[in-house]
Design a protein around this ligand. Structure first.
Ligand SMILES: O=C[C@H](O)[C@H](O)[C@H](O)COP(=O)(O)O
Length: 247
């Protein structure tokens, strides 16, 4: 068993909360990135989830969220019986169902504000200030709604996503921006007029409409029926400035 997996397993068994083994087989070696994601996902639940306090749980999207939901699925029925899981999109709804957790929606929640107790999600890039880029899987709009509605947010990421400067390391395809089709030209024009934050910067950013590739002819459509623009900034300074622009 790898060190990462044994740490995750130890954490899962912490306090006797996890009587059953998580559902991956030790005999099937996982590629190292997948192992890191599994370790991060399982450790996030073991460290952050407090069964007595957290009854309503937000579930984000992407590949790293899978071991998070898997870790919840390994909890005993007595812990899960009063828990409700709120998805951020189609993928997380399917995951919640797959691991036989109770699926809810924002509409079911009455407490106001912040009706979700804790939300777990992945990220594409994370810096030392815990600023993140999200939306590589085109799910970021609902993810932001769920994060806003949640009292605590846990971002789960493997070490590759730990960046000194956002957007220039492993994740260099820009800041995803979800756009209502009706406003596509308007948003493209607005982005084109964003000024670089420093006079030293002459290059401008580029906004590319994300295409479906082999999976879909034409542009990607989000769970909300919207387009996604990937906006690449020419320098870290400009990227940081763009992150401060709130639409
Ligand atoms: O739109 C997708 C989400 O923001 C994901 O949380 C993000 O892209 C990270 O995904 P993954 O865990 O697959 O790297």
């Amino acid at each position: 068993m790898s060190a990462a997996r044994s740490v995750a397993t130890r954490l899962l068994y912490r306090d006797g909360i996890y009587p059953r083994a998580p559902r991956f087989s030790a005999s099937t070696p996982l590629p190292s990135v997948e192992r890191a994601k599994a370790a991060a996902g399982h450790a996030a639940v073991a460290h952050s989830f407090k069964p007595e306090q957290h009854k309503v749980i937000g579930i984000g999207s992407g590949s790293t969220i899978i071991p998070v939901v898997e870790a919840f699925g390994a909890l005993p029925p007595s812990v899960l019986q009063d828990k409700l899981f709120i998805p951020t999109g189609m993928q997380s709804s399917q995951l919640i169902r797959k691991f036989k957790l109770r699926l809810g929606s924002l509409d079911d929640l009455e407490r106001w504000p912040r009706p979700i107790d804790i939300a777990f999600d992945g990220a594409d890039d994370v810096d030392a200030n815990l600023e993140v880029i999200k939306g590589g899987g085109a799910c970021h709009l609902r993810e932001k709604v769920i994060m806003h509605a949640s009292r605590h947010n846990i971002i789960v990421a493997d070490a590759r996503k730990n960046s000194e400067i956002l957007g220039v390391g492993l994740w260099n395809q820009g800041v995803p921006v979800e756009v209502v089709p009706y406003a596509l030209d308007y948003v493209l024009n607005s982005l084109a007029r964003l000024e670089p934050s420093s006079h030293k910067l002459s290059e401008r950013h580029t906004a590319t409409l994300r295409m479906g590739g082999f999976a879909k002819a034409g542009p990607v459509l989000t769970d909300n029926g919207n387009f996604v623009l990937d906006v690449v900034f020419p320098s870290s300074e400009c990227l940081a400035a763009s992150c401060r622009v709130r639409y």
